[in-house]
Design a protein around this ligand. Structure first.
Ligand SMILES: Nc1ncnc2c1ncn2[C@@H]1O[C@H](COP(=O)(O)OP(=O)(O)O)[C@@H](O)[C@H]1O
Ligand SMILES: O=C(CO)[C@@H](O)[C@H](O)COP(=O)(O)O
Length: 553
């Protein structure tokens, strides 16, 4: 077959192993989606008894997942592609994204199993519990490591030093404090762990047949990487656990080709033996990679968590929030804010007030005016990340911030309509206030790009447009994290193929040359938005202070 024809049949495979699902998409040579499949952990793998993709641990604030669940999900998602008669022999490059911060601890046996997979058997029959020395692997929802955070920051000279070095103060869900907890509480398991993967590098490892490198962007969510030099910080490693560098391996760029797929995938699924495995990254960096927008944009992901993302020219030193290495622009950085009380809280409200029916939820939301007659609520059902606060607080228009009523608030609003609007407006006011605190300036140029499971909901997007007073866009194709994975696979493949040829297109130019009209406008702010929401922003801050204060007592 002539080269040009061969090239036109090449495909790129992307995965997203996020909190609730494993998703896969296949892009053709024009980077259009030609197949997709997904596995939902709660419903497709009920034997692991997850709720929202996670298991609560035995102690307060602990959350974990059994890694075999993710391995099993990979077996199923690949079979679901095969059932659709997807031709995996056309895949020339694979990459992936995954929920950030979780850590997996490989046993000697697990590493050997990766290298000697038998194509006659399922992956999960070979990479089973014995592949890991820790079977309840901590994930991003775990908030049980405040002690370790304090110890790590103290050991390196304080919070400011941690921010300057790694882009974030120590956060309980970040991998460094989590590793330290394993080292302290399960010292033998730590000693037996030959290698430690992030969820993203674990995903790459499955395809590679050996433990894969961690990429700079996801590595920035560990409190271990020096984000300016893109190397592990010796001071942070020492503050975390002994002999850690060997367990992590070298960190690499997100465009690195780590090797070819292992023989298992060639024999069992007919991948070509030359199919490249490209470094995987975190789901938020991958979403930014999939969105292809410049610095005027604020990206919002409404997955299990709500996150805000932006590109940054220089890394600011933030008191709260995160600066990560940019997933695609080697001289830039990425700002990230993560809010834990996102979809799970909206889902709970949908169940209690709208019989679990999103259409009904939206009818109720749309039937109330912007500003909700002065009724506002904060629902931090789980301990929020920023601000550190837990609980629910409802205020009607009569409550004065310094009155006694402010602490108690109102027990319940008078209707489901008001409850629902108070929740969604409260969430978005919270997100906007924290983004402003982080230094994001909302101006006439600001545009918002939404992605993630809840971004299908037009009524929620309208509240976002109004609260942020900015137009909201969506992508035409699929979800951004998944697209970002497949786009990075395509670009790394292009870089590799064009090694000797000049000039090389930048990542954005290369992908946009193939997908020029990738955005659609879905909501515009109403004219009175700023007038309605500016005073409510101040009121949000007063309410948040009350909840934070309650925690302090
Ligand atoms: N129509 C809808 N309206 C609001 N939220 C929705 C809707 N459909 C799905 N969701 C939310 O999307 C969430 C899952 O988003 P997703 O991005 O797939 O999660 P993750 O990537 O974290 O696994 C669910 O928790 C659900 O509440
Ligand atoms: O902790 C973070 C980011 O810092 C979370 O955003 C996780 O990366 C999980 O992502 P979703 O499954 O909610 O997309």
């Amino acid at each position: 077959m002539p080269q040009q024809e061969q090239d036109s049949q090449q495909t790129f495979l992307g995965f997203d192993l996020s909190t609730q699902k494993l998703k896969a998409i296949l892009l053709n040579a024009e980077l259009k989606v030609i197949a997709s499949a997904e596995v939902k952990f709660d419903s497709d793998l009920p034997e692991f008894r997850t709720t929202g993709g996670a298991n609560p641990g035995p102690n307060k604030f602990e959350y974990f997942v059994q890694p075999v669940m993710w391995v099993k999900a990979m077996d199923i998602v690949l079979d679901r592609l095969v059932i659709q008669e997807v031709d995996l022999s056309t895949v020339v490059a694979i990459s992936g994204s995954a929920q950030q911060h979780g850590s997996l601890y490989w046993s000697k046996h697990g590493i050997a199993a990766l290298q000697t997979l038998d194509a006659e058997k399922f992956l999960h029959a070979q990479i089973d519990d014995s592949a890991f020395v820790v079977n309840r692997t901590p994930i991003w929802m775990d908030a049980s490591t405040l002690k370790q955070c304090f110890e790590m920051e103290t050991a390196i000279g304080g919070q400011t030093e941690m921010v300057q070095m790694t882009g974030s103060k120590c956060y309980a869900r970040f991998t460094g404090p989590q590793i330290r907890k394993i080292y302290q509480q399960r010292t033998h398991a730590y000693e037996d762990a030959q290698r430690i993967s992030l969820v993203s590098s674990f995903l790459a490892s499955l395809f590679l047949g050996k433990v894969a490198a961690i990429d700079y962007a996801d590595g920035s969510g560990m409190n271990l990487l020096d984000i300016r030099h893109k190397t592990w910080s010796k001071t942070c490693l020492n503050a975390c656990a002994p002999d850690l560098e060997d367990r992590l391996g070298e960190a690499v760029s997100g465009f690195s080709i780590l090797g070819n797929v292992s023989e298992y995938f060639v024999q069992r699924f007919c991948f070509p033996p030359t199919c490249k495995v490209v470094a995987c990254t975190g789901d938020n960096p991958s979403a930014l990679a999939g969105m292809l927008v410049d610095r005027n944009w604020l990206s919002i992901s409404l997955g299990t968590s709500d996150t805000l993302m932006m590109s940054l020219e220089e890394p600011p030193n933030l008191e709260e929030g995160h600066v990560l290495c940019h997933p695609t622009e080697s001289h830039e950085y990425m700002g990230l804010l993560c809010f834990r009380n996102g979809s799970m809280v909206r889902e709970a409200m949908n169940k209690s007030e709208a019989d679990g029916n999103w259409e009904k939820f939206n009818e109720l939301l749309d039937s109330t005016p912007r500003g909700n007659f002065g009724n506002m609520a904060l629902h931090f059902n789980e301990m929020e990340i920023i601000p550190k606060a837990k609980g629910t607080l409802r205020w009607n228009k009569d409550i004065h911030p310094s009155s006694n009523d402010a602490v108690k608030g109102v027990l319940k609003f008078s209707s489901p309509q008001i409850e629902i609007r108070a929740l969604v407006e409260g969430q978005m006011l919270h997100h906007r206030a924290i983004a402003e605190d982080m230094g994001f300036h909302f101006g006439n140029q600001t545009k918002i790009l939404a992605t993630g499971g809840a971004s299908v909901n037009q009524s929620i997007l309208q509240v976002i447009a109004d609260v942020f007073n900015a137009p909201v866009y969506k992508q035409n194709e699929s979800e951004a994290a998944l697209l970002g994975a497949a786009y990075r696979a395509a670009y790394a493949f292009y870089l590799n193929k064009n090694e000797q040829r000049e000039p090389i297109n930048s990542y954005r130019d290369y992908i946009l040359s193939k997908t020029p009209n990738h955005l659609k406008l879905v909501c515009e702010p109403n004219k009175d938005s700023e007038t309605v929401y500016t005073p409510m922003l101040q009121r949000y801050r007063d309410m948040a202070r009350v909840l934070e204060g309650q925690l302090a007592h």
